[in-house]
Design a protein around this ligand. Structure first.
Ligand code: NAP
Length: 241
């Protein structure tokens, strides 16, 4: 049995490790970050070229199933895989880690809405963790931003007053607590990524009374088969062999 595992997450790496070598797993990474954490087994790196490219790739490289374990905010890849697999009749599963509970967070639908919320509420010292491409939405907001990203923000306008902190998770609760205190943060802006690896900031913000502005997840494509854990994904794959 051969599967294409769309990755870029710790869950995808864990799934590859659980399936390899009994299942022939080809992991796919977008190639966004230099020196990515690599899963065990075979790996390909780079986009497929949109819907047409993915359709062509699947025809030329047949697999028994596609498991989409991309990040919950990787909605373009997820939409492409769902559409093309349905069209070609290829078995398809989405592994989507459970979302964080909203708690007292101010829930918004997009980076733009998050920026509007920060401006309207008058937050002044903002910890921005929505990723390198999300920072542009905050360019016109009059506040100071601590922008944390894995790689430097792309060519884009950034808020006038900011500091960039390049780092890669996982992040420990104690370190997040110290960071929020050190920079006198009054608001945390985060995606609802879910998972334990980056949850520390949410718990630290809650414990310090720091406001949380949480960008909600994009919806999954209609009708896709979804599981919430690596265990369930292993069962789904093994059930097909
Ligand atoms: P996206 O917006 O859904 O995808 C943009 C394009 O990147 C896709 O159209 C596809 O290019 C390519 N791509 C995405 N995932 C791919 C994969 N696993 N293998 C091959 N090509 C892929 O995704 P994104 O939000 O930019 O995320 C890119 C990657 O980073 C994903 O693999 C995701 O799991 C990982 N990641 C994302 C986040 C996040 O917050 N978005 C956080 C952590 C990790 P083509 O159209 O050319 O095929």
């Amino acid at each position: 049995m051969r599967i294409l595992l769309l990755g870029g997450t710790s869950e995808a790496r864990a799934l590859a490790a659980r399936l390899h070598p009994q299942v022939d797993v080809l992991s796919s990474l977008a190639g966004r970050v230099p020196d990515p954490a690599l899963p065990v087994g075979e790996v390909r790196i780079g986009g497929f070229g949109g819907v047409d490219g993915f359709r062509r790739w699947l025809r030329e490289n047949p697999v028994d199933a596609v498991v989409d374990a991309t990040h919950p905010f990787a909605s373009t890849m997820t939409a492409t895989a769902a559409r093309v697999c349905a069209e070609l009749g290829v078995a398809h599963l989405v592994l989507a880690r459970p979302a964080w509970p909203h708690g007292d967070a101010i829930v918004v639908a997009s980076d733009t809405e998050a920026a509007k919320t920060v401006a309207e509420r008058g937050f002044q010292r903002v910890f921005l963790t929505t990723g390198r491409s999300g920072a542009a939405a905050f360019a016109d907001v009059d506040a100071w931003f601590l922008i944390r990203a894995v790689t430097p923000p792309e060519e884009q306008e950034l808020p006038t007053r900011h500091t960039i902190l390049l780092s890669r998770g996982p992040y420990r609760y104690e370190d997040e607590l110290a960071l929020l205190r050190e920079h006198h943060i009054d608001a945390l802006v985060t995606k609802n990524s879910g998972g334990a690896m980056t949850r520390g900031k949410i718990d630290a913000a809650a414990d310090l009374g720091v406001a949380v502005v949480m960008v909600d997840r994009p919806p999954l494509p209609a009708g896709v088969t979804t599981v919430g854990s690596v265990d369930e994904a292993v069962k789904w794959v093994n059930g097909r062999s």
